[in-house]
Design a protein around this ligand. Structure first.
Ligand SMILES: *[C@@H]1O[C@H](CO)[C@@H](O)[C@H](O)[C@H]1NC(C)=O
Ligand SMILES: *[C@@H]1O[C@H](CO)[C@@H](O)[C@H](O)[C@H]1NC(C)=O
Length: 230
């Protein structure tokens, strides 16, 4: 187990190298009370990422080539829920290098979205186009109002290549992406980088002692008279 950890980190590093990554770093806002009335946040039908729940979402994002009306292509929205207020997080989007795409990631609090006409209309459009999976969720109790730290993730995705194929220019295929919510350790380091950082630290400390040992060994082999006298 101890030996597979560095290997896993290296594989993760290599995997990141052949894929592209775009990210946004933010601090979770304080919890707000969301009244349990309908329609509520759940009725937006957004895919949700949360530290205790789903942290990696494998999905495909629609893209468009940039146009005058949509210079950043297609917009999509996700809910970031049950965050820990005051903690730093990172959301990454990773996509294969074989599908050149530009991504823009933004996080907004609810108030800001609901008070900004461009954002709320974009969110409404996106939400409307998503098919409700289950119109009447089983037993949605009209419970108490709950308190959550939530943010909305707003993604723009635009195709970033050129093809002479008209069909392809008008309907570029969706891009396979991983959306990853990563809490920071001690607000300094993304948690998923923890093993890598640990490995590098162990390596650095280890090589310090190792070089000391090698030095002593060489010293003995060379039989250089020790500087101190008996
Ligand atoms: C919401 O976001 C806006 C714009 O980023 C900011 O000015 C405001 O203070 C935020 N409100 C809360 C409650 O965090
Ligand atoms: C254009 O791309 C589409 C989709 O990949 C393909 O089906 C079609 O054959 C291509 N057309 C030409 C002229 O290459």
């Amino acid at each position: 187990m101890r030996f597979t950890l560095p290997a896993a980190s290296l594989i993760a590093l290599v995997a990141e190298a052949v894929a592209n990554t775009e990210k946004v770093i933010f601090t979770a806002p304080s919890a707000i009370t969301i009244p349990n009335i309908r329609p509520g946040l759940d009725d937006l039908n957004l895919d949700t990422l949360s530290p205790a729940g789903l942290r990696t979402l494998e999905t495909s994002l629609a893209v468009q080539f940039p146009s005058d009306t949509a210079p950043r292509g297609v917009q999509s929205w996700y809910l970031l829920k049950d965050l820990e207020p005051g903690r730093r997080y990172e959301v990454r989007v990773c996509w294969p290098a074989t599908q050149p795409t530009d991504f823009w990631l933004d996080v907004h609090n609810l108030t800001h979205v609901f008070e900004t006409p461009l954002l709320i209309s974009s969110l409404a459009d996106y939400s409307e186009n998503r098919q409700p999976i289950d119109l009447q969720g089983p037993g949605r109790a009209q419970g108490e109002a709950t308190s959550h730290s939530v943010l909305l993730l707003h993604i723009h995705s635009a195709a970033d290549y050129f093809t002479s194929n008209r069909t392809l220019m008008e309907h570029p295929p969706a891009v396979d992406v991983d959306l990853i919510l990563d809490p920071f350790l001690l607000n300094i380091l993304p948690q998923s980088l923890g093993p890598t950082a640990l490995y590098i630290t162990v390596l650095a400390v280890g090589s310090f002692f190792l070089s000391g040992a090698i030095y002593t060994w060489l010293y003995q082999i060379a039989e250089i008279p020790k500087p101190h006298t008996d």
